[in-house]
Ligand binder design. Sequence first.
Ligand code: ATP
Ligand code: MG
Length: 390
Amino acid sequence: MKIILIKYGELTTKSGNRNIFINCLYNNIKNALASYNVKIIKNRVRMFIEVEDNIDEIVSILQNIFGIHSIVIATRVNTNTKEIEENALNIASQIDFKTFKVETERADKNFKIPSMEFSRQIGSLILKNIPNITVDVHHPEYLLKIEIREDYTYIYHKEIPALGGYPVGVAGKGLLMLSGGIDSPVAGYLAMKRGIKIECIYFESPPHTSEMAKSKVKKLVRELTKYEPIITLHIVKFTDIQEAIYKNIDSTYMITIMRRMMYRIASKIMENNSCLCLINGESVGQVASQTLTSMHVINSVTNYPVIRPVACLDKLEIINIAKKIGTYDISILPYEDCCTIFLPKHPVINPSIDKAVLYEQSFDYKNLIADAINTIQTIKIRYKENNFDI
Ligand code: ATP
Ligand code: MG
């Protein structure tokens, strides 16, 4: 029998909230492993998962769950010397190392061999059977731990690092503005890492934007379901608003007004879906609409906190994260975004709120926003779902 031992991430430092954190992590793990035959046992310091088979798959799923600091696989055997020896040797021969040390903890004092002696016994068995390795008691590459208990003995494999962070959901829910670009999926990932459960909102402008562009966004959402197994995506028809902006607004303010409309619609969706913050991929100075002045003018239409996880990262840093989390290759697919289609040549870099408000009086945006909200399409995308490939 294999046991997976889960070491908690940062949550152990938050003693007041510990139970909430542990329960949230427990539920997330339970949901993520719903299709596997496992038993999960939690306590204040660790979680244990009893696993019958598919251990590699299960470990790779756990490696994407926030709130886990590291994962240790243990083999559970009967407390008898022969069985422990056989399994310890078998485990050690599957792991790649040059130096090692055996450490025994003997909780069951009925087991007659003292810990130090037993460690030496197992150590020399391993030395005899695996070539080109030595014992290093101070800095071993591989620490083989044996825990002898009354019922069973546990032999630990190597520790596998996980993502850390907080369990998704523990901080409440946020709405991620997800375009098909590189930045917003990374922003979503980083928000989830801080324990924010996400829903996504995508603004499309058919026929100016294609079905392919929408599929790309769905694919990005699916990639993010590695960290949150079911994600809700709200798709907003933005064509009428965008065309009205194009017709009525001075070209220098088109992007500013367009983004204010997006924020207004997003705020309504947040209100309807109990989201506590807006999340997006804005990065300070990246484009005209992302100067601090622009952000201020755009931000002023909402009372919700706007979290911009990549605000202070360089583009290269963002790209590196996108590659690590698997969204980069999808993001660079060539399908157009609704912003790029109506992109003016000279967007204002330092807009003013007064001017934005004045321009907005030139068309009936409130009705257009109400229509857009009434025709929202909401779908749920699930982990490994595969019915919208592009
Ligand atoms: P990204 O790489 O995420 O597309 P970007 O650098 O292209 O970002 P903008 O196009 O100015 O920047 O958009 C800034 C942010 O606004 C995006 O990161 C995203 O969060 C949001 N956004 C832009 N377009 C859309 C859209 N069509 N639907 C939803 N959100 C959008
Ligand atoms: Mg973009």
